[in-house]
Design a protein around this ligand. Structure first.
Ligand code: CU
Length: 233
Protein backbone atom coordinates (compact mmCIF):
# COMPACT_ATOMS: atom_id res chain seq x y z
CA UNK A 1 0.00 0.00 0.00
CA UNK A 2 1.32 3.40 -0.94
CA UNK A 3 2.48 5.71 1.83
CA UNK A 4 -0.06 8.42 0.82
CA UNK A 5 -2.99 5.95 1.13
CA UNK A 6 -1.76 4.79 4.56
CA UNK A 7 -1.53 8.39 5.76
CA UNK A 8 -5.04 9.20 4.47
CA UNK A 9 -6.54 6.09 6.07
CA UNK A 10 -4.83 6.88 9.36
CA UNK A 11 -6.17 10.43 9.28
CA UNK A 12 -9.71 9.20 8.55
CA UNK A 13 -9.56 6.93 11.63
CA UNK A 14 -8.10 9.65 13.83
CA UNK A 15 -10.51 12.32 12.55
CA UNK A 16 -13.94 10.79 11.92
CA UNK A 17 -16.39 12.80 9.83
CA UNK A 18 -18.60 13.60 12.80
CA UNK A 19 -15.82 15.19 14.85
CA UNK A 20 -16.34 18.91 15.31
CA UNK A 21 -14.01 21.24 13.41
CA UNK A 22 -13.09 24.45 15.14
CA UNK A 23 -11.64 27.08 12.83
CA UNK A 24 -10.98 30.60 14.02
CA UNK A 25 -14.54 31.78 13.37
CA UNK A 26 -16.42 28.58 12.60
CA UNK A 27 -17.44 25.53 14.59
CA UNK A 28 -19.11 22.70 12.72
CA UNK A 29 -19.88 19.00 12.84
CA UNK A 30 -22.36 16.72 11.07
CA UNK A 31 -25.35 18.27 12.86
CA UNK A 32 -24.65 21.99 13.12
CA UNK A 33 -22.56 25.03 12.32
CA UNK A 34 -21.80 28.25 14.21
CA UNK A 35 -20.01 31.14 12.52
CA UNK A 36 -18.71 34.37 14.06
CA UNK A 37 -19.90 33.77 17.61
CA UNK A 38 -18.44 36.43 19.88
CA UNK A 39 -18.91 35.91 23.60
CA UNK A 40 -16.25 38.33 24.84
CA UNK A 41 -14.94 40.94 22.35
CA UNK A 42 -16.52 44.35 22.98
CA UNK A 43 -17.62 46.52 20.05
CA UNK A 44 -15.53 49.73 19.81
CA UNK A 45 -18.39 51.88 21.10
CA UNK A 46 -19.14 49.72 24.15
CA UNK A 47 -17.17 50.34 27.36
CA UNK A 48 -18.75 47.23 28.89
CA UNK A 49 -21.54 44.69 28.43
CA UNK A 50 -24.80 46.38 29.45
CA UNK A 51 -26.87 43.23 30.03
CA UNK A 52 -26.84 39.49 29.46
CA UNK A 53 -29.92 38.42 27.53
CA UNK A 54 -30.84 34.75 27.20
CA UNK A 55 -33.06 34.19 24.17
CA UNK A 56 -34.47 30.86 23.02
CA UNK A 57 -35.46 30.86 19.37
CA UNK A 58 -37.31 27.93 17.84
CA UNK A 59 -37.52 27.36 14.10
CA UNK A 60 -39.89 25.16 12.15
CA UNK A 61 -42.96 24.62 10.03
CA UNK A 62 -45.38 24.53 12.98
CA UNK A 63 -44.46 28.12 13.93
CA UNK A 64 -45.69 29.31 10.51
CA UNK A 65 -49.20 27.94 10.94
CA UNK A 66 -50.42 31.22 12.46
CA UNK A 67 -49.41 33.12 9.31
CA UNK A 68 -51.64 32.54 6.26
CA UNK A 69 -49.68 31.33 3.25
CA UNK A 70 -46.38 30.87 5.12
CA UNK A 71 -44.41 27.63 5.32
CA UNK A 72 -41.55 28.26 7.78
CA UNK A 73 -41.09 30.66 10.70
CA UNK A 74 -39.37 31.36 13.97
CA UNK A 75 -41.56 31.17 17.09
CA UNK A 76 -41.05 34.92 17.60
CA UNK A 77 -40.56 37.67 15.04
CA UNK A 78 -38.96 40.40 17.14
CA UNK A 79 -36.55 40.79 20.03
CA UNK A 80 -35.50 43.96 21.86
CA UNK A 81 -32.22 44.43 23.70
CA UNK A 82 -30.25 47.31 25.23
CA UNK A 83 -27.20 48.85 23.51
CA UNK A 84 -24.05 46.76 24.13
CA UNK A 85 -26.06 43.72 25.22
CA UNK A 86 -24.57 40.26 25.16
CA UNK A 87 -27.13 37.94 23.60
CA UNK A 88 -26.95 34.25 24.48
CA UNK A 89 -29.02 32.41 21.90
CA UNK A 90 -30.36 28.90 22.29
CA UNK A 91 -31.41 27.92 18.78
CA UNK A 92 -33.81 24.96 18.49
CA UNK A 93 -34.83 23.40 15.19
CA UNK A 94 -38.20 21.61 15.46
CA UNK A 95 -38.07 20.35 11.86
CA UNK A 96 -36.26 17.44 10.21
CA UNK A 97 -34.76 19.79 7.62
CA UNK A 98 -32.01 22.45 7.75
CA UNK A 99 -32.71 25.84 9.23
CA UNK A 100 -30.44 28.79 9.89
CA UNK A 101 -30.52 31.77 12.19
CA UNK A 102 -28.51 34.56 10.60
CA UNK A 103 -28.17 38.03 12.07
CA UNK A 104 -27.07 40.64 9.48
CA UNK A 105 -25.73 44.19 9.65
CA UNK A 106 -23.25 43.78 12.51
CA UNK A 107 -19.89 45.65 12.36
CA UNK A 108 -17.44 43.94 9.99
CA UNK A 109 -14.36 44.51 12.21
CA UNK A 110 -15.89 42.07 14.76
CA UNK A 111 -18.15 39.93 12.57
CA UNK A 112 -16.79 38.98 9.10
CA UNK A 113 -19.44 39.75 6.43
CA UNK A 114 -21.33 41.54 9.23
CA UNK A 115 -23.12 38.43 10.37
CA UNK A 116 -23.55 35.78 13.02
CA UNK A 117 -24.67 32.43 11.64
CA UNK A 118 -26.20 29.48 13.53
CA UNK A 119 -27.34 26.44 11.59
CA UNK A 120 -28.87 23.05 12.40
CA UNK A 121 -29.07 20.40 9.66
CA UNK A 122 -32.15 18.80 11.28
CA UNK A 123 -33.93 18.57 14.61
CA UNK A 124 -31.67 19.73 17.43
CA UNK A 125 -30.36 22.53 19.54
CA UNK A 126 -27.24 24.69 19.82
CA UNK A 127 -26.05 27.75 21.69
CA UNK A 128 -23.95 30.78 20.77
CA UNK A 129 -23.39 34.30 22.04
CA UNK A 130 -22.61 37.65 20.45
CA UNK A 131 -22.40 41.28 21.57
CA UNK A 132 -24.26 44.07 19.79
CA UNK A 133 -22.91 47.63 19.37
CA UNK A 134 -24.52 50.66 21.04
CA UNK A 135 -26.12 52.02 17.85
CA UNK A 136 -29.91 52.31 17.75
CA UNK A 137 -30.58 49.86 14.96
CA UNK A 138 -32.83 47.08 13.63
CA UNK A 139 -30.97 43.95 12.50
CA UNK A 140 -32.31 41.43 10.01
CA UNK A 141 -32.66 37.88 11.34
CA UNK A 142 -33.53 35.17 8.84
CA UNK A 143 -32.89 31.71 7.41
CA UNK A 144 -31.01 32.01 4.13
CA UNK A 145 -31.92 28.64 2.65
CA UNK A 146 -33.75 29.09 -0.67
CA UNK A 147 -37.32 30.31 -0.18
CA UNK A 148 -37.27 29.92 3.64
CA UNK A 149 -37.21 33.69 4.34
CA UNK A 150 -39.71 34.33 1.52
CA UNK A 151 -41.94 31.66 3.05
CA UNK A 152 -41.88 33.32 6.47
CA UNK A 153 -38.61 32.60 8.29
CA UNK A 154 -37.75 36.23 8.84
CA UNK A 155 -37.55 38.35 12.01
CA UNK A 156 -35.87 41.44 13.45
CA UNK A 157 -33.58 42.22 16.36
CA UNK A 158 -33.94 45.75 17.73
CA UNK A 159 -31.17 47.42 19.70
CA UNK A 160 -32.28 50.43 21.76
CA UNK A 161 -35.74 50.26 20.17
CA UNK A 162 -34.37 49.86 16.65
CA UNK A 163 -34.51 52.30 13.73
CA UNK A 164 -37.81 51.10 12.28
CA UNK A 165 -39.41 47.88 11.13
CA UNK A 166 -37.95 45.84 8.29
CA UNK A 167 -40.34 44.86 5.47
CA UNK A 168 -42.01 41.45 5.15
CA UNK A 169 -41.71 40.42 8.80
CA UNK A 170 -44.68 38.07 9.37
CA UNK A 171 -47.24 39.62 11.69
CA UNK A 172 -45.28 42.89 11.98
CA UNK A 173 -44.79 44.61 8.63
CA UNK A 174 -46.37 44.51 5.18
CA UNK A 175 -44.74 42.30 2.55
CA UNK A 176 -42.77 43.95 -0.27
CA UNK A 177 -44.25 41.47 -2.72
CA UNK A 178 -47.58 40.26 -1.42
CA UNK A 179 -48.55 36.67 -2.23
CA UNK A 180 -51.09 36.49 -5.02
CA UNK A 181 -53.80 33.83 -5.02
CA UNK A 182 -55.61 34.80 -8.23
CA UNK A 183 -58.39 32.52 -9.50
CA UNK A 184 -58.47 31.24 -13.08
CA UNK A 185 -62.14 31.35 -14.09
CA UNK A 186 -62.30 28.24 -16.26
CA UNK A 187 -65.45 26.13 -16.89
CA UNK A 188 -64.37 23.72 -14.12
CA UNK A 189 -64.09 26.63 -11.66
CA UNK A 190 -67.65 27.76 -12.46
CA UNK A 191 -68.99 24.18 -12.14
CA UNK A 192 -67.23 23.74 -8.78
CA UNK A 193 -68.61 27.06 -7.56
CA UNK A 194 -72.15 26.08 -8.67
CA UNK A 195 -71.89 22.71 -6.83
CA UNK A 196 -70.66 24.49 -3.69
CA UNK A 197 -73.59 26.95 -3.82
CA UNK A 198 -76.18 24.17 -4.37
CA UNK A 199 -74.93 21.83 -1.62
CA UNK A 200 -73.67 24.47 0.79
CA UNK A 201 -76.50 27.00 0.59
CA UNK A 202 -79.46 26.31 -1.71
CA UNK A 203 -80.17 22.71 -0.67
CA UNK A 204 -79.96 23.35 3.11
CA UNK A 205 -82.21 26.41 2.59
CA UNK A 206 -84.88 24.34 0.80
CA UNK A 207 -84.74 21.69 3.56
CA UNK A 208 -85.08 24.30 6.32
CA UNK A 209 -87.98 26.06 4.55
CA UNK A 210 -89.79 22.73 4.20
CA UNK A 211 -88.83 21.44 7.62
CA UNK A 212 -92.36 20.21 8.48
CA UNK A 213 -92.79 18.14 5.32
CA UNK A 214 -89.16 16.96 5.49
CA UNK A 215 -89.77 15.79 9.06
CA UNK A 216 -92.94 13.96 7.97
CA UNK A 217 -91.00 12.30 5.14
CA UNK A 218 -88.22 11.15 7.50
CA UNK A 219 -90.76 9.81 10.04
CA UNK A 220 -92.67 7.98 7.35
CA UNK A 221 -89.46 6.38 5.98
CA UNK A 222 -88.42 5.41 9.47
CA UNK A 223 -91.79 3.79 10.26
CA UNK A 224 -91.75 1.93 6.98
CA UNK A 225 -88.26 0.55 7.67
CA UNK A 226 -89.27 -0.38 11.22
CA UNK A 227 -92.35 -2.28 10.02
CA UNK A 228 -90.35 -4.19 7.42
CA UNK A 229 -87.69 -5.07 10.00
CA UNK A 230 -90.37 -6.39 12.43
CA UNK A 231 -91.99 -8.46 9.67
CA UNK A 232 -88.68 -10.04 8.71
CA UNK A 233 -87.62 -10.81 12.30
CU1 CU B 1 -34.89 27.48 7.15
Amino acid sequence: MKLKTIVLLSLSVLSPAHAAMNHSRMIMDDKMMIMNANPDKLPQDCPKISENVDITIRAGHKHALKFAGKMFAFDQQEWNVKPCAKINITFINDDQIRHQLMVHGLPGYLYPDGMVHLELYGEGQLQASFIVPSQKKTYLVHCELPQHAEKGMKAQLKVDGGDGDLPSIPGISAPVNADSYSVEWTMNTWITLAICIVFGFALPLVIIMNAASAKALVVSLWMSLKTRWKRNS
